[in-house]
Ligand binder design. Structure first.
Ligand code: BGC
Length: 391
């Protein structure tokens, strides 16, 4: 019965999503049903868990980034409304806590694990433990690498995210040549950071090679600037110099030290590849205080509320909307199929270094000042009252 209600819920919300042009998903900007409060390894949002056993366990990387709170809210809305037995735990940036979380969920007889890895390689041990306990493992947003213990993967089109960021810089750059290009990237422990960078490089590299842009903050990227396709090791070298570790403070320090290291000729009107919203706001704040920077175009992703406000205020140029309603709904649909003994539908595969993981991929939407309202408010993702100055 419960599963029937859930299927209905998912179906209705998919239709709503289609009607609003957001590709499906569930929930709205309401508060969801779980408590959502935990302290990393223990506790958690287990509103759906009437007993000590659970059907679906969800492990997310950190509650210190608004991105993952968005995902938690969607899970609580979908699973909570359907009365599912579930629990959400946060790893708080620790692979050890992540493994303990998975073990806790296994001890509660979890049947399906939906996990967004803190570190894609380190998480292999956690999912292998789950697999050994007969749990079906769904990697959520970030691929877990080097293991055959991942059954499914639900993800956004991360290559397209990078392409959208790079293309935005190209389309909105000031006139002329030799425009300073600052590169920043995500954490090297996150497979997505490589895919985002690869996507951005695929469009930016030709513009560096033809002299439109001049990379100023990575000697490794400069050494590789004539190469269209980079190997993983080559990308790793660049990321090693420009990583933010997905950390606001690390992003701020890196932006400060990179601006200090370059001369005024690498300033003026510049473009900045920032990997996500949190790091974009941190980097933007630093660039805004440098008097030799005349203007900067800066990217982001996640459509975090704070960045949407930055966009409205002209402090961040764009973001990429990754509709967490869709990703959460897709992974829950997979879990429901598994619980019903069916094989979930997938539309592609991702090679994780050990196996080709059957995957479901969701498209992304570029958001700028021009379409904030239609993409994020009219679609029901946020309320207009969440922002000031929205037109
Ligand atoms: C996610 C991004 C997020 C980043 C930092 C990536 O794996 O895809 O949406 O901003 O991690 O948490």
């Amino acid at each position: 019965m419960k599963r029937k209600i859930l299927s209905l819920l998912l179906a209705v919300t998919m239709v709503l999503g289609l009607l609003t042009g957001c590709g499906g998903g569930s929930g709205d900007s309401g508060s969801g049903s779980g408590s959502g409060s935990d302290k990393g390894g223990t506790g958690g949002s287990d509103k759906g868990a009437a007993t000590e056993t659970i059907e679906v366990g969800i492990v997310l990387p950190t509650k210190d980034e608004p991105r993952w709170l968005q995902d938690q809210k969607q899970f609580e809305t979908i699973l909570g409304d359907a009365g599912f037995k579930y629990q959400v735990l946060y790893s708080q940036a620790s692979s050890a806590t992540e493994k303990t979380n998975v073990e806790t969920l296994i001890s509660k007889d979890m049947k399906v694990l939906i996990i967004c890895a803190q570190d894609g390689a380190a998480a292999a041990a956690a999912v292998e433990a789950a697999k050994a306990a007969g749990v079906t493992v769904i990697a959520y947003d970030r691929l877990i690498t080097g293991t055959d213990a991942v059954d499914y993967y639900v993800t956004f089109d991360s290559f397209a995210v990078g392409v959208a960021q790079g293309q935005y810089l190209i389309d909105n750059a000031p006139e002329g040549t030799g425009i300073p290009l600052y590169l920043f990237a995500g954490a090297a422990s996150d497979n997505n950071a490589f895919i985002f960078f690869e996507g951005a490089w695929s469009v930016l590299q030709p513009k560096v090679a033809d002299g439109t842009f001049k990379i100023v903050n990575s000697s490794e990227a400069v050494a590789l600037q004539d190469k269209a396709d980079l190997s993983r090791d080559e990308i790793a070298k660049i990321i090693g110099q420009v990583t933010t570790d997905w950390d606001f403070n690390a992003a701020k320090s890196k932006a400060e030290s990179h601006l200090t290291a370059v001369g005024a000729d690498a300033k003026g009107n510049v473009v900045v590849l920032a990997p996500n919203d949190g790091t974009s706001r941190a980097i933007s704040d630093v660039f805004a205080t440098d008097t030799d920077i005349t203007s900067y175009i800066i990217t982001g992703q996640d459509s975090e509320k704070a960045s949407v406000q930055y966009i409205i205020d002209g402090k961040q140029s764009m973001t990429v909307f990754k509709d967490t309603r869709t990703l959460a709904a897709d992974s829950v649909s997979m879990a429901v199929d598994v619980l019903d003994g069916k094989t979930p539908a997938t539309d592609t595969t991702y090679d994780n270094g050990a196996v080709d993981v059957p995957s479901k991929q969701t498209p992304i939407v570029v958001v700028t000042k021009d379409n904030v309202k239609s993409a994020l408010v009219d679609s029901g993702y946020y309320a207009a009252s969440d922002f000031t100055g929205l037109e």
